[in-house]
Write a protein that binds this ligand. Structure first.
Ligand code: SF4
Length: 94
């Protein structure tokens, strides 16, 4: 990612809805290849893999791009909703 893109993304702000994350990863033993890919694909770096190989999400900073929703739509491993009004990403335009 170029400095220009990173600087522009840095202008955005995020309001955390404490205790009410808008994306959940369903508990699993072994993640699908699609879910594992999200560790590298999510532009906000929300996904990580723990020491047992399971994929976890911290949705703070999610840009609501919907990539994980699309990539994992057939695996049933993600529950995805928009944040409640007033929470989530606040894009700075211009
Ligand atoms: S919607 Fe986009 S930014 Fe948010 S967790 Fe999914 S891939 Fe990451």
């Amino acid at each position: 990612m170029s400095d220009d893109v990173e600087n522009r993304l840095f202008q955005n702000r995020y309001v955390v809805d404490t205790g009410k994350p808008h994306i959940h990863v369903v508990p699993h033993e072994t993640p699908s290849e699609e879910l594992k890919a999200m560790v590298h694909v999510c532009p906000a770096g929300c996904y990580s893999q723990n020491e047992h190989g399971q994929v976890e999400i911290v949705a703070d900073g999610c840009m609501e791009c919907g990539t994980c929703r699309v990539v994992c739509q057939n695996t049933g491993e993600i529950e995805w909703n928009y944040p409640r009004g007033g929470f989530g990403v606040l894009f700075k335009f211009g």
